[in-house]
Design a protein around this ligand. Structure first.
Ligand SMILES: Cc1ncc(COP(=O)(O)O)c(C=O)c1O
Length: 429
C-alpha cells in the first residue's frame, strides 16, 4: 500500500474547484493597497471578482469573440449594468430599443431606468429605417435581440449597427436565445453582448446568472465629449479617467464592474459560475438537438388545424429565412411560438391540458416549457407596447428541451384537440 500522507497525491482535478471565499488575503499592506487602488491586478472581495467567476468571464469572452466580460447575478443585472454605464450620467440619455424584446427588458428600460431620466423609443428590428428615424442627439444605445423572445424575429443587425455607429451610438445585442453556438453578434456589428446565462448557457434550469461582454470595438476617446464620465478625470478613479485606469477598449466594462457592480452588488457567486461553466461544456450538443427538434415541431404544428401561424425563423417570411441562411446563423434555436385559433378560453384550456410540457416562464431548459407571454413574461406591457410586440392573447411560446420528439408531439396534439382535433403524424426517424 502506498503512503499518500507524506506528499501531495499525483493528479489534478479536471473540473476547477469552487473557490467559496468572500475575501482574499494579501501578504502585505503594500500589496493590498496596490490591488485596491487598481494599480495591480488581483481579487479583493468577491463582489467584484472570484476565480470561478473569472473563469466563466474568460470563457464567454472566448465564445463571443470579445475583449472582456463581467458576470452578474442575472441577465437582468447584466443589461442594467450595461445601460447604467453607457447612459447613466448623461442628461439627455436616449436609447432606441427593439419592439420585439423580452418583457423584463421593457420593464427595466421604461420604468426603473426611466426613473433615472433614460428615454426610450421602440423600433422594429426588421426595419432599419425606424431606427434611423428614432435617432436624437442624446441617443447613445441601440438594443435588440439576435433571436427575439418570444416571436423569434431576426434583426437586420448589420444595417442597424451601421446606423448606430454613424451617429455615435453603441449596439447592445441580447444573445440569450441564439447563444454563441448559433450566432456571434460581435462579428455582425454589436459592441456589447448580454446574456441571461440562466437559459441555454446553464442549460438545466437551475441557477440565475448574467453576462455582459465587450466586443472591444467601443472606444470612447474617439468622441470624448459624448462620454465624459469615461474620458474625464474623476475622484472615483484616483483623479484619473476610466480610460486611463482600464484602457480605452476596456473602460466601459471597468466602470460596469468597479462602479456599478461594486456599488449596487448584483454579483455572481462562485457556485453559480461553476454550474454555468459546467453547462457550457454541453452547450453545442444541447442547442443543436433543441434547434432540430424545434424546427420539426414548428413544421408539424404549422399544419395543425388549431394553429393559425407558427413564429419560427423558417416560418416568418422570405427575408427572415434568408437572414437565417446567410446572416451568420448556424441554426434557428430551440424557441418557437404559435398563434392559436379559438377563443382565449380555449387557448387557456389547451395550455392546462398539456402534461409533459410544463407551464413555466423560462427558456433553454432541458425540459420543454410553454408560456403564455401576454399573462406571464410580457404581462406589464402597455396596450401600445403590446400591439408593437406582435404578441396576442392567442400566442403561446415553447422552449424545446431534450425529450423524445414523439412524446412532445403526442402531448401537443392531445392538448390542441381542445381547439381542433387532428391525428399526430409519425415521429421523425
Ligand atoms: C432574452 C432574455 N434576456 C434577458 C432575460 C433576463 O434574464 P434573467 O432572468 O436571468 O434575469 C430573459 C429572461 O427571461 C430573457 O428571456
Amino acid at each position: 500500500m502506498s503512503d499518500t500522507t507524506a506528499r501531495a497525491p499525483l493528479g489534478t482535478p479536471i473540473v476547477q474547484p469552487i473557490h467559496h471565499s468572500a475575501a482574499y488575503a494579501f501578504d502585505s499592506l503594500a500589496e493590498a493597497r496596490a490591488v485596491f487602488a487598481q494599480r495591480a491586478g488581483g481579487f479583493t472581495y468577491a463582489r467584484t471578482g472570484n476565480p470561478n467567476v473569472a473563469a466563466l468571464e474568460a470563457e464567454i469572452t472566448r465564445l463571443e469573440h470579445g475583449e472582456c466580460a463581467v458576470a452578474t447575478a442575472s441577465g437582468q443585472a447584466a443589461l442594467a449594468l450595461a445601460l447604467l454605464a453607457l447612459t447613466g450620467p448623461a442628461e439627455d440619455a436616449h436609447a432606441v430599443v427593439s419592439s420585439r424584446i423580452y418583457g423584463g427588458s421593457v420593464d427595466l428600460l421604461t420604468d426603473t431606468l426611466a426613473d433615472t431620466g433614460l428615454e426610450v423609443t421602440f423600433a422594429d428590428p426588421r426595419n432599419p429605417q425606424e431606427w434611423e428615424d428614432a435617432l436624437r442627439q442624446g441617443t447613445r444605445v441601440f438594443l435588440l435581440e439576435s433571436i427575439a423572445n418570444p416571436l423569434t424575429e431576426l434583426p437586420e443587425l448589420e444595417t442597424i449597427a451601421e446606423i448606430a455607429h454613424r451617429h455615435g451610438a453603441v449596439v447592445i445585442v441580447d444573445n440569450t436565445v441564439a447563444t454563441p453556438h448559433l450566432y456571434t453578434p460581435a462579428e455582425h456589428g454589436a459592441d456589447f453582448v448580454v446574456h441571461s446565462a440562466t437559459k441555454y448557457l446553464s442549460g438545466h434550469g437551475g441557477p440565475l446568472g448574467g453576462l455582459l461582454v465587450d466586443a472591444g470595438r467601443f472606444d470612447p476617446t474617439r468622441d470624448p465629449e459624448r462620454w465624459p464620465w469615461l474620458t474625464e478625470r474623476q475622484h472615483r478613479w484616483g483623479d484619473r479617467s476610466a480610460v486611463e485606469v482600464y484602457g480605452a477598449k476596456r473602460a466601459l466594462l471597468g466602470v460596469a464592474r468597479c462602479k456599478y457592480l461594486n456599488d449596487l452588488g448584483p454579483c455572481m457567486g462562485a457556485t453559480t459560475a461553476h454550474e454555468i461553466l459546467q453547462g457550457i461544456t454541453t452547450l453545442g450538443v444541447r442547442v443543436e438537438r433543441q434547434s432540430a427538434t424545434a424546427q420539426r415541431l414548428a413544421a408539424t404544428l404549422s399544419e395543425h388545424p388549431a394553429v393559425a401561424h407558427v413564429h419560427h425563423p423558417r416560418h416568418n417570411g422570405p427575408r427572415q429565412a434568408e437572414l437565417l441562411e446567410t446572416g451568420g446563423y448556424h441554426g434557428a434555436g430551440g424557441v418557437f411560438s404559435v398563434e392559436l385559433h379559438g377563443t382565449p378560453e380555449q387557448v387557456e384550456q389547451a395550455v392546462d391540458a398539456l402534461r409533459l410540457i410544463k407551464l413555466a416562464a423560462n427558456i433553454g431548459d432541458v425540459r420543454t416549457l410553454v408560456a403564455h407571454p401576454a399573462s406571464m413574461t410580457h404581462c406589464r406591457l402597455t396596450p401600445e407596447q403590446f400591439a408593437a410586440s406582435g404578441i396576442t392573447e392567442n400566442t403561446l411560446r415553447f422552449t424545446v428541451g431534450l425529450e423524445d420528439e414523439a412524446d412532445l408531439t403526442a402531448d401537443l396534439f392531445q392538448a390542441l384537440s381542445v381547439i381542433a382535433p387532428a391525428e399526430a403524424p409519425h415521429a421523425h426517424a
